[in-house]
Write a protein that binds this ligand. Sequence first.
Ligand SMILES: [Zn+2]
Ligand SMILES: [Zn+2]
Length: 201
Amino acid sequence: MADIKSVSDHLHNSVASDPLQRQKYEPWKSRAPYIFTSDEDFGPVKWQAMCHCSRVQYQIRRESPLAAKYCHCRACQVMHAAPFQWCAIYHKTDVRFTRGVDTLMFYSSHEKSREYQVPTKVYCANCNSPIMDEGRNMCLIFPELIDLGETEEEYLIRRKVFEIDCHIFYSRRIVEVADGKPKWSGIDGRSELLDDNGCKV
Ligand SMILES: [Zn+2]
Ligand SMILES: [Zn+2]
């Protein structure tokens, strides 16, 4: 008995002390995109994505996103340490994690908390790469993680799939982007349209 107890204590302690080792049941794991979906149910894979350390990997079965945007809001600038965030929106059921669900880390910017609650940012707990924003109904994936191929030619063709529809929160921009795309001062459809220089149109 003593041996079994010490083994169990050891396992408990190692799981508790290393977030990368946690295997406990959590309800979000039984929902898309985290739940394991069989190849038969998922169908043909259109895109593969992985974090920097490759511990976290996911796939997408739908070719084109529902929408793609650059977000210039302050939260995106700070949390991505970048002038703006590039996101592509998919239904959660079109995305499945194939590796690293137990290596995921969450951050709710609304609550400033690492407790899982949607909407949440999803990170790799090992390399800290941002993986996606999980909304209440959609996944906002970051196309930078998608495998766009090896050659420049493949890159040029494949990146077009994720070409943005518009910019949002352009009034908070750090850089101007002269791409002629629609630019909303705040949320798309619910704020003013601006030109490339940020002037009202
Ligand atoms: Zn990683
Ligand atoms: Zn944003």
